[in-house]
Design a protein around this ligand. Structure first.
Ligand code: SF4
Ligand code: F3S
Ligand code: FES
Length: 248
């Protein structure tokens, strides 16, 4: 059975805007993105909302629904009561372009700052041999759809704009951890994670893990093991001795 749902949606451009109230019809089985599309079709043709797959796989429709980062296409209207007002706002950590669409180029910049997979010189393509356990370990991280909701929710940059230059965010610290776990990657990921990409800023609040639509255990399986390896390296007597000798 259809009903009239109440929405409060942030509308504006470049940081200037306000919440506006709408009433829109929704039908059984619909998601928040369906309601936004009906609003576009019937009342607000210029409402800006980014989306692509409507199947939870492209990562485009990230927004905040009742204050929580969610995918609009995967948030069922049946999770709200019919008399509830549903508040929809753009992701808070990134600058607004228009309405619900944010400029997520911070994330692409951070991605570019991480050197790609770096195999040893003496192993040619086709000669890589990996144990199944190493394949499986990184498989979880490769489910990432780059919705950037983990970076959006992390308080290190959500509440502190000034930390952005020094912090890659959970999505990309996870990428560094994935590369560090790769048996054929020879780049120094540990020092880079700590000194260039801000691993030390993470105080394992796990908000990133809670919002991940792919249910990746970002904190437990990527960030904490990476922190442990950084500590191991710092307290490894051989590494310590090597640093002493080579820094002279
Ligand atoms: Fe989104 Fe999860 Fe990837 Fe973060 S790790 S960008 S929350 S899919
Ligand atoms: Fe931020 Fe996740 Fe760490 S939310 S503080 S990166 S555990
Ligand atoms: Fe692709 Fe929502 S539209 S994840």
């Amino acid at each position: 059975m259809g009903y009239k749902a109440k929405f409060r949606i942030w509308r504006g451009e470049a940081g200037e805007g306000a919440l506006e109230d709408f009433v829109v019809e929704v039908n059984e089985g619909e998601v928040v993105l369906d309601a936004l599309h009906r609003l576009q079709a019937t009342q607000t043709p210029d409402l800006a909302v980014r989306w692509n797959c409507k199947a939870g796989k492209c990562g485009s429709c990230s927004m905040e629904i009742n204050g929580k980062p969610r995918l609009g296409c995967m948030t069922r209207m049946s999770t709200f009561t019919e008399d509830e007002t549903i508040t929809v706002t753009p992701m808070r950590t990134f600058p607004v372009i228009k309405d619900l669409v944010t400029d997520v180029s911070f994330n692409y910049q951070k991605a570019r700052e991480i050197p790609s997979f770096t195999p040893p010189d003496n192993v040619k393509p086709g000669e890589y041999r990996m144990q199944q356990i190493d394949v499986e370990r990184s498989q979880e991280f490769r489910k990432c759809i780059e919705c950037f909701m983990c970076n959006n929710v992390c308080h290190v940059i959500r509440d502190h704009e000034e930390n952005k230059p020094a912090f890659a965010g959970p999505r990309f610290l996870m990428r560094i951890a994935e590369l560090d776990m790769h048996p054929y990657d020879v780049a120094d990921r540990k020092n880079a994670a700590q000194e260039e990409h801000g691993l030390g800023y993470c105080n394992i609040t796990k908000c990133c893990t809670e919002v991940c639509p792919e249910h990746i255990k970002i904190t437990d399986n990527a960030l904490i093991p990476m922190k442990e390896r950084v500590v191991d390296r710092r307290y490894d007597p051989l590494v310590w001795l090597g640093n002493k000798i080579f820094k002279r």
